[in-house]
Ligand binder design. Sequence first.
Ligand SMILES: [Cu+2]
Length: 221
Amino acid sequence: MILKKTTLSFATSLLLSFLASPAGAATLSASVTENGKAQLGNAVVYAIPDAGLSAAEKNAGMKIVDQIDKEFVPRVSVIQTGASVEFPNHDKIRHHVYSFSPAKSFEIPLYKGTPADPIKFDQPGVVKLGCNIHDWMGANIFITDTPYFGISDANGNVVLRDLPAGNYKIFVWHPQQSTDTNSTAQQVALKDTGSQAVSFTVEKKKQWIPFRAPTSAGGGY
Ligand SMILES: [Cu+2]
C-alpha cells in the first residue's frame, strides 16, 4: 500500500515537471554590485520556487574543483544538495585538500592526480576548502537545494534559464558577504515567456584571502 502511494506520487511529480518544463520556461537576469557601486563577480544567485521542488528537480549532478598552479579552480562553485565533486590535482606536487565546515567536513590526504572517490555534499550550506600544505589556497562551495543557480561573471551578471513559471524567492551569496544570505531574498513572479531582471547589492567584509600564490622562488612544494 505504502509502496503504491510512493510510486504514484513519484509518477505524478514527474508528469507535473514534464508539463511545467520547456513550454513554460522563464529567464531571470541578475546583476550584482558591491556596496551599490562596483560590479561583483563570483556571486552565487539562486532561485527557490515557493511551490517547492519536484522529484525531477532534485537531480544533483557532478562538479569539478581543480587544483592548478597551486590554486583551486574555480574559487567559487555552486552545486545542488546531493551533488558530488571531484578534486583532481593537475600540479606536479601533492596537495592535501580539506574542509572543517559543518556542511561537510572531509579531507583528501596528500595526493596527486584524481582521487578515486568524489566527495558527496548532502547538506545545504557553505563549504570552505583549504590545502594543508599551501596556506593561501582557498575556495568555496555553496550547496543549495534548488537546481536554479548561477555565478556572476566579472561584470556582475548572471542569467538563470529554463525556470518553470511560478513564484520564486531569489537570493545572493558571496564569500565576503557581511550580511545573512536569507536576508537577501527578493520575491519574483516568473511568467511562461520572457525574462525578468533583479539586482542585488552585496555588503562586503573587509578581509579576504589572497587570490594568488606567493611568487617566492624555490622550495620543494
Ligand atoms: Cu596545496
